[in-house]
Design a protein around this ligand. Structure first.
Ligand code: FAD
Length: 341
């Protein structure tokens, strides 16, 4: 019989972010499939609000590592906390969201527990009473369903793959757990977090739309001149109005390395594709992007794909988009912005 623990990190106010609630939904699903119980292991400075939000989620128990030392991500304290929570729950399967905080410590916790680990799992199932996880390989070109006999099995869940748990809250009884910390284990201190403002931050994982700007925005247009300045204004204007997440192609990113005029707000973090990101959004709109396979492979998890391209034979037309508008993206986006008011 498997015993599952779902590790959830709490936010500064003790609440749970979407990725944590998705991991809880995953734990529920796996527990139901295996006819097993699952516990919740909370990690953060304040944990009671998060535990109360999950009071009716069906968890058999709530364990928590809390206090000022666990307010911020720090490898030594977080790895010790996950290890202690898994031990307290007697877990054979340890689940947690693949957030930047948990993804970097879960494999370490697996080693400390003498177990095994798999990262960025996108689905779970029970087959013949055994847990099975799905992982994508070779930049989302193929997936495998795999199971393991070794325990504990520590698994991180890719965000955006499960509908976030949204049950009614209540009052949860939480058992405190004290992790074993090596001497000096808490010596690393986060002195400050530097992050761009909401307007400057153009990578928005929870946005309904992914807007991709390709290299065509910087190319010579029908008048024989490039209009990168105008392109920049159109793209930023649309992003501000739509709150879409911004992605780009490798070509546009590489142009900066070649000393050409590029858009100041694009970084390597925006690159979508084989050597870039694989974001998850319900819809995607590619503009001035050719839709070549190494780029489109990053669209694997985009629900509905549309593209605007002057070329009726571009990659998007080869079965890669649901809708291709053969049109000038400068004109299309100016009209869209006008219609948005
Ligand atoms: C090993 C490897 C890994 C790679 N990894 C990635 C990756 O991770 N991500 C990635 O993106 N690429 C990747 N590539 C590169 C990829 O193959 C393409 O070269 C790249 O995606 C092309 O970028 P693009 O479509 O923006 O530019 P281009 O190919 O230059 O296309 C520009 C498009 O803009 C259109 N256009 C121009 N003006 C307008 C206008 N006014 N209105 C509408 N359309 C217009 C043109 O018709 C053209 O189709 C990789 C390649 C290799 C070999």
């Amino acid at each position: 019989m498997e015993t599952i623990v779902c590790i959830v990190q709490t936010e500064g106010d003790g609440s749970l972010a979407k990725a944590a609630l998705e991991a809880v939904a995953c734990a529920k699903e796996l527990a139901a499939g295996l006819t097993a119980q699952f516990a919740v292991g909370l990690l953060g400075e304040t944990v009671q609000p998060g535990a109360d939000a999950l009071a009716n989620c069906g968890a058999s128990a709530f364990f928590a590592v809390s206090g000022a030392a666990f307010a911020q991500a720090r490898y030594a304290t977080d790895a010790a906390a996950v290890t202690a929570l898994a031990k307290a729950a007697g877990a054979t399967i340890v689940l947690g969201a693949a957030t930047s905080r948990l993804a970097r410590v879960m494999p370490g916790a697996a080693t400390r527990l003498g177990g095994v680990s798999d990262a960025s799992v996108t689905a779970v199932a029970a087959a013949g009473g055994k847990p099975v996880v799905t992982r994508w390989y070779y930049r989302q070109r193929m997936f495998a369903e795999l199971t393991r006999d070794a325990r504990p099995w520590v698994v991180t869940i890719a965000p955006g793959c499960f509908a976030a748990y949204a049950g009614a809250g209540g009052s949860a009884a939480v058992t405190g757990v004290t992790p074993e910390l090596a001497a000096g284990g808490a010596r690393t201190t986060v002195t400050r977090i530097i992050s761009p403002s909401g307007e400057q931050q153009t990578i928005r994982p929870d946005a309904k739309l992914l807007f991709v700007a390709g290299a065509g925005w910087t190319k010579k247009q029908s008048d024989g001149a490039a209009h990168a300045g105008e392109a920049e204004k159109l793209i930023l204007n649309f992003l501000n109005k739509s709150k879409a997440s911004l992605g780009t192609s490798k070509s546009l990113i590489d142009l900066s390395g070649e000393g050409q005029q590029v858009m100041s707000f694009l970084t390597h973090m925006h690159q979508v594709g084989q050597t870039g990101a694989t974001p998850r959004h319900p819809k995607g709109l590619a503009t001035c992007c050719h839709g070549e396979e190494p780029h489109v492979v990053g669209w694997r998890f985009i629900g509905e794909r549309r593209a605007v391209n002057l070329d009726a034979n571009c990659g998007w037309a080869q079965g890669k988009a649901d809708v291709l508008y053969v049109a000038d993206a400068f004109k299309v986006m100016a009209k869209v912005i006008e219609l948005m008011g």
